[in-house]
Design a protein around this ligand. Sequence first.
Ligand code: GAL
Ligand code: CA
Length: 346
Amino acid sequence: MKKSSFWAAVFPAALGVLLLAGCGGPNRRIPNRIQVGVACYNQSDTFISELMDSFKHQLTAFEREGLTATVTLKDAAGLQRIQNDQVRELLDEGCNILCVNLVDRTDPSEIIDLARENDVSIIFFNREPVHEDMMQWSELYYVGADAQQSGVMQGELAAEAIHADPRIDRNRDGKIQYVVLEGEAGHQDAIIRTERVADTLKNEGIELEKLGSGVANWNRAQAENRMTQMIGQYHNQIELVLANNDDMALGAIDAYEKLNITETTCPVFFGIDGTSGGLQAVKEGKMAGTVYNDKEGQAGAMARLAAALVTGEGLEEISFDSERCIYLPYQKIDGENVQEFLGDKH
Ligand code: GAL
Ligand code: CA
């Protein structure tokens, strides 16, 4: 090809690329807006709604001259089919990063395909997809916490309380009669927390007798119902209530309060999350302890990751615990340190 005809061929093409980048083109080339599309499994979940408040707040820290940050939040109200449609809408509305709290953690394929077609990265959070699904595409991330740790910590808190106060074993038979309130069937946190809390108590030398358990889907009202049924069945035999989260521990406490059961025949209650209601109950001594599920840390990691993925800046500074996954540590909370968590930061 002659020199002149080479430039005649290349120049218009190069100009076209420049023009495309200048007037729209793929979102990632013009990072003047971080437009986050968030899909939540259920906004009426207390922990998720507190996590979202923190996320919206922390994302604003990434705004600067020429860079805006907006969040559009959709609530699937517990239906995966609805969530798939909502992700499609978020992409149509121009979101350039997705944060997805799957309804069904085993069923992310449709959402992954949609995101990939639009070249928009996904930060899954709180409900962890299985490893094979995380491997479907290199633009998939996860922010959450290690469920094992929360179960172990809840067990340690309960063991400490039982060792410190022999009155918890009310019938003095040397065993702790307990019930468990479980989150959703199939949820990694529910399964692992239930297993690990009992193992930890046993390792700490506590003899256990499980009276029963009930699935209450992380929900306070459902937990109150399940607990009322179990009180009907086991009367004053229950010495310990282990709930997979604070809302369910609060629901169990509601059941005892509504039945006017006095403190001397009440079990001790433990939750997980450190929601504002949970922290308050620990402060008032109604709940013996909880485990902080670091919503501030998780929301902060999501915001930093979202900003980095959109702008292309700062990704190298983010440290991942395993490939593309970030797990924030849990912390034990009881009457001694609850005040630290009730401050502004949390
Ligand atoms: C857990 C949390 C629960 C509930 C659940 C939803 O990590 O402890 O309260 O929010 O996630 O997936
Ligand atoms: Ca006992």
